[in-house]
Each structure stands twice: as C-alpha cells, then as structure tokens.
Design a protein around this ligand. Sequence first.
Ligand code: ATP
Ligand code: LTN
Length: 339
Amino acid sequence: METNIQAEPKKRILSGIQPSGALTLGNYVGALRNWVQLQKEEQYESYYMIADLHSITVRQEPKDLRKNCMDLLALFLACGLDGEKEPIFFQSHIPAHTQLGWVLDCNTYMGELSRMTQFKDKSRKHADNINAGLFTYPSLMAADILLYQADLVPVGKDQKQHLELTRDLAVRFNNAYSDTFKVPEPYIPKVGAKIMSLQEPTQKMSKSDPNENSYILLLDPIDKIVKKIKRAVTDSEARVCLGEGKEGVENLMSIYSAMTGKTMDEITAEFDGKGYGDFKAAVAEAVVEVLRPIQEKHADLMKNKDYLESIYRKGAEMANYTARKTISKVYRKVGFIQP
Ligand code: ATP
Ligand code: LTN
C-alpha cells in the first residue's frame, strides 16, 4: 500500500551570541542550553552563529577576540550542539549579513534605534565610544535573522525588544517591496530567562560586569564557582523562599531550578528549616555537576584546532548557501541591477 504522507517543512531557528568575553551561566541558561534542546527536536532546522561583527561595537583587543571566538565555538560544541549536522558559523564569514544590514539600516528610523534599552545601557557603560555601529546594532541583528528566513529565535528576555524591531522591519520591507521575509517569533525560556548578578540581584548577570564575583563563567575553575556562590548576596531572613527584598535568594533558587529541573515550590520545601549555608552548598553542587562535563569537553576540543576549523568552514558553506538566496532576492526587489 502506498502512503502519501508529506513531511511538514522544518521550522527554521537562528540565534547568536557575541564573542565579547567568556560566557556566563546566564548565557548558558538563557540561551545555549535551549539551543541544544531545540536542535535535538526533529521539526527544526537550526543555524547558530558567533556574532563577531556585533562584538566590535565595543572595543575588542584583536588577540582576545580571536581567542574568544575559538573558545566560544568549542563551548557551543561542548554544550552539545552538533556542528556536523547543522551550521555553526562566524557571522563575519557570511558577507550577506553586512549587505542586508545596510539595506535594513536604510529602512530603520533613528527614533526606533534610540529607544533600544541595550543601546542606552551600553552607551552609559562605554561613554567614550558611542559609535554608529552600537546604534545600528539592532538592524544588523535583524539582518542575521531575516537572511535565514528564521521562524524562531531562541534568546534571553533582554533581547525581546530587538526581536520586536526585527519583526517590524520584516513587515515594513514586505509591505514596501512585496513578500520577502518570514516574520520571526522570539522563543524565550520560562525558567532562567534572566539570571541576575550574584552581587546586585536586580541587575542581569553579564559577562561585561566589572565585578567578577557577580557572575559565574562556564569555564571558571570549580573552586572559584563554589566561592562565588557562597559569596552571593542574600538577606538577613535566612529562609529559602520567594518574597519582597529576597531577590538574591530568588536568583539562587532560579539557578538551582534551572540546574535540577525542580520547581520553586519544591525548592522551598526542600530547604524548609535549613539555612543559607546548606542552600548555597546545594546550589554550588548542582552548578558544578552541570558545568564539569562541559569544561572537560571544552578542554579536549581546544586541543583539536583542525576539527574546530572543519566545523566553522562547513558551517559557513551551509549558511552562505541560504543567505545568498535571500540577499539576491532583496537586491533585486530594492531595484539594484543584477551583476
Ligand atoms: P554583554 O554583557 O557583553 O552585553 P551578555 O552577557 O548580555 O553580553 P550576549 O552575548 O549579549 O551576552 O547574550 C547572549 C545570549 O545570552 C542572549 O540570548 C541573551 O539573551 C542571553 N543572556 C545573556 N545574559 C543573560 C542572563 N543573565 N540570563 C539569561 N539569559 C541571558
Ligand atoms: N544581540 C544578541 C546577539 C545576536 C543575536 C543575533 C541573537 C546577534 N545577532 C541574531 C539572536 C539572533 C545578544 O544576545 N546580545
């Protein structure tokens, strides 16, 4: 008997992380971990990118940038992404990103870019270098996404505003020049979408924070991770539960929840009658259990530069193929003469 079941076309995923420093636990929980999960699901086809072009919106030492790029690629793989099956690539290897970035720049309003909280935050942090690239960062990010006709973009909560602008730009272009871009949806995790600083739990945990006790790096030595968690800011109540003025404890509870899969209620029950010492020890143990195998794998991969090279070369080839199709369509629709 003949079966006539047509396979649904796969939904496409694209996301990226800047190689602007070593990754934090926030990047892992808010982004990378979900990428790995999504890549395993049959209904998706995913493109994961190292956003090196974006990273130079803040000054980078070339030597450090090169190292961070390779480190990040190895971390992607160590966290479980499969770069043999689906593309993992460097943004700067695909010329179409800057090409589409320019076209979108010309369709993005100054007012829209001025409203971006990331621009405002970074301008404050880097007051001596408020450059044009920092300002137009969101239209390049929109280009990253729209080039691949992505359906879904897995990111942490802080990127939601950029995703909204991306959707607006896609619709604007489609209306002006006829249907060209897929309008993408953000995919923001329910747990751990915003891991907070261990020292100032009202601020996001960020790899560019000057206080190194505020973040846990994925590649921090194990004893350092344990120390940082022990030093995390809590409160004087000594009760593991949610509540006003307990942002520090709530953050540690979210980290514990993200590491173990336990709910906030289960965690409250588990530590009922226990103090912060016991709680922090358990959080540290849970984090170490997740990070140790990633660190071991990363160290192995960093010894194999040829393999890493083969992954990003293959990634660029696959990504270029898709990106070129979109950019030539865009150039044609805008009215440029075909070369
Ligand atoms: P920077 O400090 O240089 O601005 P960052 O640490 O915010 O960098 P990005 O490269 O901007 O990191 O972000 C990479 C991904 O990690 C994004 O999807 C972002 O939403 C997510 N992410 C970053 N920080 C956190 C956090 N504290 N909690 C959850 N997700 C996060
Ligand atoms: N701005 C993002 C990094 C990034 C990105 C992208 C994320 C650059 N291009 C495309 C998703 C899709 C950030 O996380 N800071």
